[in-house]
Ligand binder design. Structure first.
Ligand code: 3PY
Ligand code: MG
Length: 251
């Protein structure tokens, strides 16, 4: 699959969002039907050893791996790319300097200063080392999360940072920020106004616009606003819904 073409084709690109560790589970989630699997290393209970095994299981299922890194740190970004992630999502990118640092960690020269090493990413790509190096800046993607007032204030400048591939809204944190701690609501009126702007800025800069959605209703709502790259469901919610549906269906 040409992931770059797919991410820019204007149709929804939906992925599961995993916070529960386990390679078997990740393989099963990857085969459950969405376009990719995201490993949440910020809020999920997934360590680096587990993440690399989960990534291998997702790759074996033929799906791209997305990693939301623990923090916008060059070492953590490099590790997640080296274990085979195709997409990096970095939380709380609140300044142009932080966005530039993210690109620097994620892209090889001339766009950045990603350090060479590790071979899982070469295996995952199915290429030679030289082939991986040649295509990596095009075939790996870096998304800056917009989920604070600071990031919103600077969204035009952040979106213009060369080498950035997308903006990803964290609507939970954004709603908490915009309500000064009063509200956790992914579709609050203030969120929707802010997100419309984020999408427009992304579009103007040729970036993919993404968001954590979490339910089919919210996916539809965000897609109608132009967002295409969306976290569709968490592993925790999928388990709760699946078990709940069986329990509720018993007469
Ligand atoms: C947020 O909504 O704040 C996120 O980081 C995605 O869960
Ligand atoms: Mg967040």
């Amino acid at each position: 699959m040409d992931l770059r073409a797919r991410l820019h084709d204007g149709t929804p690109f939906l992925f599961s969002w995993m916070g529960i560790a386990g390679a078997n589970l990740a393989g099963q989630v990857a085969r459950a039907g969405l376009d990719a699997v995201a490993l949440d290393l910020q809020h999920g209970q997934i360590g680096m050893d587990q993440a690399q095994a989960m990534a291998a299981a997702v790759v074996a299922a033929g799906k791209p791996v997305i990693t939301r890194v623990l923090w916008n740190d060059p070492g953590l970004v490099g590790q997640a790319l080296d274990y085979g992630s195709s997409v990096i999502i970095a939380p709380m990118v609140n300044s142009v300097e932080q966005a530039k640092a993210l690109v620097k960690a994620a892209k090889y020269p001339p766009l950045g200063q990603r350090s060479w090493g590790g071979y899982a990413m070469v295996q995952a790509s199915g290429k030679t080392m030289a082939g991986y190096l040649k295509d990596a800046n095009r075939d790996t993607f870096v998304f800056a999360m917009v989920e604070t007032v600071e990031a919103l204030d600077l969204v035009e400048e952040i979106a213009a940072v060369p080498g950035l591939d997308g903006l990803f809204v964290g609507p939970s944190d954004l709603s908490i920020a915009l309500s000064k701690g009063q509200e956790l609501n992914r579709v609050s009126a203030a969120n929707l106004v802010a997100m419309k702007r984020v999408h427009e800025v992304a579009k103007k800069n040729g970036l993919v616009s993404g968001a954590f959605a979490g339910t089919s209703e919210i996916i539809n709502q965000y897609y109608a606003m132009g967002f295409t790259f969306m976290a569709a469901v968490t592993d925790n919610d999928a388990l709760k819904m699946g078990i709940g549906a069986i329990a509720a269906g018993v007469k």
